[in-house]
Design a protein. Structure first.
Length: 411
């Protein structure tokens, strides 16, 4: 059964298409066709349009401000927006609110937390960023050193987090911190919700290979947050954090392939423009890319079916994350091979996406493909490196023997 084509889902999909036809500007060619200045003007207005028409948090319960729709309808919405080349999560911080901390609060949060935080994610009052990675921990999530101690009615946080995507535009951060120093490493953590705009928090941008500063590092010096801003039980942060990672790796899984399909069609245009459509080697590599996009579609539907059945994302979510990251590295490598010597110099209009797949309308320029190539490498690291995903799948899904750990290593 094709989960994406139930009668109710198709009726909803038709409504989404009508909405897009009515509310997108005349002559719309995709977000990638806009200049940087035009995108800066378009995205906040577009987000407000989505909020007014109930297209934000559509699968969230109505009592917290969502639309109460099914995950199938949410996937159809995501897919139609990708095909139209328009963002469903317009602000840089929106993916962290809607795809990560929002679902985690709905899963683990108290009733008070749900009623306080969920509506503020929807309105955009709270703009979230992720606080997991640390400079000395690498991919070892449970080797973190950021600490929090309860003093009267507040958590006092000290430490450092790094690689915060969109950290310079966020005003809240969800922080995995060590709250039980005497407990075993994975059992001494808690997930805290911390306001950024306070004297004890410093945010510093990090400039990357692309020449941009889409990542930040955050320093905590006696930063404070309310005692009730811990998600899940105190000391149970590892379980909560892994649930959130499952949401991260499976985010937009039902429509993930649609973005890669748009990119693949753009690559085909590049092949034709270079007169290489009859080249046997190029055709073989293109066929490989097409087959992987189709596999991503099937994997996405499988994940969607699991969520629709009520399952919480588990270690199997690493399959989709690993597959997508490794695929994107390969297709962008092919694009640079097609560009040949032109790939050595930045020329032409840039792409629209800072990380991830570029939207519809993105130019077929060397500059755009160079940026995609560089960020695709980062995709094999952020959200859990490909090596970590393989270890997770081997040990937790396939049941293979655990990889040897050094004494005092990861638990």
């Amino acid at each position: 059964m094709d989960l994406a084509s139930t009668p109710r889902t198709e009726a909803f999909r038709c409504g989404v298409r009508r909405f897009l036809a009515e509310h997108l500007p005349p002559g719309w060619r995709g977000l990638g066709a806009l200049s940087v200045a035009e995108r800066a003007r378009f995205t906040p207005r577009w987000r407000e349009t989505l909020r007014e028409h109930g297209y934000l948090g559509v699968a969230w319960p109505e009592e917290y401000g969502g639309a109460g729709l099914s995950t199938l309808e949410q996937s159809a919405l995501q897919e139609e927006f990708v095909r139209a080349g328009v963002p469903l999560l317009p602000l840089p911080t929106d993916p962290f609110g809607f795809s990560l901390i929002g679902p985690t609060i709905l899963r683990w949060g108290t009733e008070e937390q749900k009623r306080h935080f969920i509506p503020r994610i929807l309105s955009g009052e709270h703009r979230w960023v992720q606080g997991y990675s640390e400079p000395d921990a690498g991919s070892d999530l449970f080797a973190l050193r950021t600490s929090a101690r309860l003093v009267d009615d507040a958590w006092v946080v000290n430490g450092q987090k790094v690689w915060q995507t969109a950290g310079d535009s966020a005003n809240w951060i969800f922080v995995l911190a060590r709250t039980e120093p005497s407990a075993a490493r994975a059992r001494g953590l808690s997930l805290l919700l911390v306001p950024i705009e306070q004297p004890g928090v410093e945010v510093r941008p990090i400039r990357t290979l692309t020449g941009e500063a889409e990542f930040c590092e955050v320093f905590f010096t006696d930063a404070r947050t309310d005692a009730g801003h811990v998600v899940g039980a105190r000391g149970d942060g590892a379980k909560v954090a892994l649930t959130l990672l499952g949401y991260e790796r499976g985010a937009a899984s039902g429509a993930l392939y649609a973005g890669y399909r748009v990119e693949l069609e753009r690559l085909i245009e590049l092949i034709r423009s270079r007169g290489l459509d009859a080249d046997a080697g190029v055709r073989r590599r293109l066929a490989w890319c097409w087959s992987k996009v189709e596999i991503l579609r099937v994997l996405g539907l499988k994940t969607l079916a699991s969520v629709q059945a009520g399952a919480t994302p588990g270690p199997e979510s690493s399959i989709l994350k690993l597959y997508a990251a490794e695929y994107h590295a390969r297709i962008t490598e092919l694009a640079l091979d097609l560009l040949g010597s032109d790939a050595m110099v930045r020329s032409g209009d840039p792409g629209a996406a800072k990380i991830g797949v570029d939207p519809l309308g993105t130019p077929n320029s060397p500059s755009a493909w160079q940026h995609a190539f560089l960020t695709a490498r980062a995709g094999t690291i952020y959200g859990g490196s490909s090596q970590i995903q393989r270890t997770t799948l081997g040990e937790q899904v396939l049941g293979l023997p655990r990889e040897p750990r050094p004494e005092g290593g990861r638990t």
